[in-house]
Ligand binder design. Structure first.
Ligand code: ADP
Ligand code: ZN
Ligand code: MG
Length: 473
């Protein structure tokens, strides 16, 4: 019998506020010069007093509202004491007993809590010296902890992606993993019984793929260890992206080691005292949530997987919503639009290695909707639509003029087709006679010749129908 894996995630996300958590310094994740956004508060000069950033608190409460969590009527900050060069005060201001949010769920995964803390400085080690950049010190950092209710690597990856999408949809954070704006830690254990096994925490997972690979690796490592009669040690492990393994970093601290106590320099947060923190204002501030958007797409006739693809980024969803509007909610046209976006445009973007942030750069919802309408009204064959789309994707423009210029427009006019077919039938009179004598295969040849004669622009359905009519006449 194999072991049953159990996974719980702890995810940190920097909030995209204008200023830091406890001072007026700029919160700029893109600042390249070190130590320019600093002040006595975030550098921990003696006597400097923190003041909480209300917008950061509001964003965490919005996340809590979006996941259906319980928003604490009152909350407080705590000091988490430990020594490290990137933590100038000798403690981090965090939340312990009274987090802003308890419970809730996202993508079917139960959430334990969501709290607010400050990010650490960024340290780097070069040529025997250590450098510290305090631009990041004191940046608002949300921490979300899930219950140990995940049982496979794919679900863990899916959950993390959904949280990234939620943060972006809410405008709470940019949540780029590669920039460290979202950082994922996975706790993994395996067991053959109903009792959980000893868990191992894996850090430095800076891509969704790394999350999935590291979890799969740990499940295999722990299972093999137990099979050999060994024991899993509670520890923190790092992830080595290059060889796809985890490695021991340190033994896990217990919370007692941090000597938590309430932060004396900050007042309690009482939600009823701040208008922006009330249930009503928070609820009113929520946009359409990712799962609501997917449900709306499905209600318009899209498959679940299509809704997931088109709702997977704000950029895609905004574009697709524009298309829906341009197609005035016509379900058949919208399904056609989704097909072209997913099978054709997405395939093209994948082949050209176009990043998600650069998708749809040459398209507008209106030009794309025009292409869909031309296809639906048979002005473009499905081949012509693909060719027109390819030009639209490469250089942009208007589908009407592109189709006209490149000869992609489909001819369905019966008169034009009749004229062309008359010429084909004269040229291939013998073959036409063969068909009349019962040789079915000759029809295909004649259709092919007609298509060629019309340089591929003839509507195949009309050609076939007209041809049969003329052959029988
Ligand atoms: P700690 O006190 O060691 O930080 P917590 O109980 O706070 O542990 O849990 C931290 C994270 O580990 C949570 O995401 C939780 O779901 C997860 N977790 C707890 N126990 C287990 C376990 N046995 N296996 C896997 N994950 C677990
Ligand atoms: Zn500062
Ligand atoms: Mg814990």
């Amino acid at each position: 019998m194999t072991y049953r894996p159990t996974i719980g995630l702890e995810i940190h996300a920097e909030l995209a506020t204008a200023t830091k958590m406890f001072c007026a310094c700029k919160n700029d994740p893109d600042e390249a010069r070190p130590n320019v956004h600093v002040c006595p508060v975030c550098m921990a000069h003696p006597g400097a007093i923190p003041a909480a950033n209300a917008e950061a608190i509001r964003q965490v409460l919005r996340v809590g509202m979006a996941i259906g969590g319980t928003l604490a009527p009152w909350s407080e900050f705590d000091r988490k004491n430990y020594f490290y060069p990137d933590i100038p005060k000798g403690y981090q201001i965090s939340q312990y007993e009274h987090p802003l949010v308890l419970g809730g769920s996202l993508a079917g995964v139960a959430i334990t809590r969501v709290h607010l803390e400050e990010d650490t400085a960024r340290s780097s080690h070069e040529g025997g010296t250590s450098l510290v950049d305090f631009n990041r010190a004191g940046v608002p950092l949300m921490e979300l902890v899930t219950e140990p209710v995940i049982h496979d690597a794919e679900t863990a990856g899916m959950f993390a992606r959904e949280l990234q999408l939620l943060l972006r949809t809410l405008g709470a954070g940019h949540a780029n993993l590669e920039k460290g704006e979202m950082r994922i830690e996975a706790n993994i254990s395996v067991s053959k019984t109903d009792t959980f096994g000893t868990k191992v925490e894996v850090k430095n997972l800076n891509s969704f793929r790394a999350v999935e690979r590291a979890i799969a690796y740990e499940i295999a490592r722990q299972s093999a260890l137990l099979d050999e009669g060994g024991q899993v040690m509670q520890e923190t492990r790092g992830w080595n992206e290059d060889n796809g393994t985890t490695f021991h970093q340190r033994r896990k601290e217990g919370s007692a080691d941090y000597r938590y106590f309430p932060e004396p320099d900050l007042p309690k947060i009482v939600r009823t005292e701040v208008p922006a923190f009330t249930d009503e204002s928070l609820r009113a501030s929520l946009p359409e949530l990712p799962h609501e958007r997917r449900e709306r797409y499905q209600s318009l006739g899209l498959e679940e997987s299509q809704a997931r693809y088109l709702g997977a980024s704000t950029r895609r969803a905004t574009f697709f919503d524009g298309v829906i509007q341009a197609l005035t909610n016509d379900s058949a046209l919208i399904r056609l639009a989704a097909n072209y976006l997913i099978s054709d445009a997405a395939g093209w973007y994948a082949k050209q290695n176009v990043a998600e942030e650069q998708e749809y750069e040459t398209l507008t919802p209106d030009t794309f909707a025009a292409l869909v309408r031309m296809t639906a009204s048979n002005k473009l064959s499905s081949r012509g639509a693909k060719d027109t789309l390819a030009v639209l994707l490469t250089e942009g423009g208007e589908p009407e003029s592109i189709a006209a210029k490149h000869g992609f427009t489909q001819v369905s006019d019966p008169e034009a087709i009749r004229t062309a077919l008359a010429e084909v039938l004269t040229e291939h009179a013998a073959i036409a006679d063969e068909f009349r004598a019962g040789k079915e295969a000759s029809l295909q040849f004649l259709i092919g010749q007609s298509m060629r004669h019309m340089k591929g622009a003839g509507n195949p359905a009309v050609i076939k129908e007209t041809l049969l009519e003329m052959l029988k006449a």
